[in-house]
Design a protein around this ligand. Structure first.
Ligand code: ATP
Ligand code: MG
Length: 137
């Protein structure tokens, strides 16, 4: 089985959507094997999204991710990385398939409710960014 890093973003935690989003993951066969609520500093958000440092939306993205608490979690299952991204839907909610998290809950392309790792290597790095070995069973 595979593991991936998921973040429930501030627009969703603010609207009390953690449970509804988690139900989507569990209904898709993804198991939540670690989870915690944290409030990122802007610097930490910048480090996490460093790959986007040159993009025009980087500063706005870091401000948003540090604006309120987020829920970071590790999801496990067969093909968890791809399955999670399927359940999330397209980055832009206007293009997301019906029934996906972003189609149902996202407010805009920036405030789009969830993050999910995009490949095995980034999943490994992103899980290690938020969770210690002791927190993962
Ligand atoms: P994530 O990495 O959060 O799972 P993603 O892989 O679908 O989302 P990326 O292209 O990696 O999308 O962009 C990372 C995040 O940056 C997006 O989820 C969104 O919050 C923000 N973002 C992307 N494109 C834009 C944009 N054009 N304007 C504002 N914010 C954007
Ligand atoms: Mg991405």
């Amino acid at each position: 089985t595979e593991r991936t890093l998921s973040i429930i973003k501030p627009d969703a935690t603010r609207r009390n959507l953690t449970g509804k989003i988690n139900a989507k993951f569990e209904d898709a066969g993804l198991r939540i094997v670690a989870q915690k609520r944290i409030h990122l500093t802007k610097a930490q958000a910048g480090q996490f999204y460093a790959v986007h440092a040159e993009r025009p939306f980087y500063d706005e993205l870091c401000e948003f991710m540090a604006s309120e608490p987020v829920v970071v979690q590790v999801l496990e299952g067969e093909g968890a990385i791809a399955k999670n991204r399927e359940v999330m839907g397209a980055t832009n909610p206007a293009e997301a398939d019906a029934g996906t998290i972003r189609a149902e809950f996202a407010e805009s392309v920036g405030e789009n409710s969830v993050h999910g790792s995009d490949a095995p290597e980034t999943a490994k790095e992103e899980i290690a960014f938020f969770f210690s070995g002791l927190e993962l069973v």
